[in-house]
Design a protein around this ligand. Structure first.
Ligand code: ZN
Length: 160
């Protein structure tokens, strides 16, 4: 059990040190901002959704704590190439796991994302882990954007 926890922490630290899909996604047709002022996490999630409803490209950019950055990094890896339906399912399952409504040992599609289960024991950090997922949901449910200039939907975390 201790080794397992150490492994989980190592995965989170690795994604924090070397975040995947980090940066502005040129040509993204969806984006949303997630803001968690309690911790200082602020990320923009970029996605490119094709006509078949598949998330072809996804990236994130911004600043925040290790948990939020690792959560955003692992989310982009997991979500790339997925259909909107699969993405919605993952968003829901991740949120349920973090709020203690999903047993990581039970049936789900989360895979390696279960490394974040431990965060459900840290109430003040739950928002950090869920923030990028809420922003992803806002991005894929939002209106298509013509450019990254100008107005876009801003989502602020109040209730996980
Ligand atoms: Zn945070």
């Amino acid at each position: 059990m201790t080794n397992m926890r150490a492994l989980y922490q190592e995965v989170i630290l690795d994604h924090n040190r070397k975040p995947r899909n980090f940066g502005v996604l040129e040509g993204a047709n969806r984006l949303a901002v997630g803001d968690n002022p309690l911790c200082g996490d602020n990320y923009t999630i970029y996605a490119n959704l094709n006509d078949d409803g598949i998330i072809e490209e996804v990236s994130f950019h911004g600043t925040g704590c290790a948990i939020s950055k690792a959560a955003a990094s692992m989310m982009t890896v997991r979500i790339k190439g997925k259909t909107l339906e699969d993405a919605q399912e993952l968003i829901e399952e991740f949120r349920m796991m973090l709020t203690g409504k999903l047993d990581p040992k039970g049936e789900h599609s989360l895979g390696h994302l279960t490394v974040f289960h431990g965060v459900s024991q840290l109430p003040q950090r739950i928002k950090c882990a869920v923030l990028p997922w809420h922003a992803l949901q806002a991005a894929i449910e939002g209106e298509e954007i013509a450019s990254t200039e100008g107005e876009h939907e801003v989502w602020t975390e109040d209730n996980p």
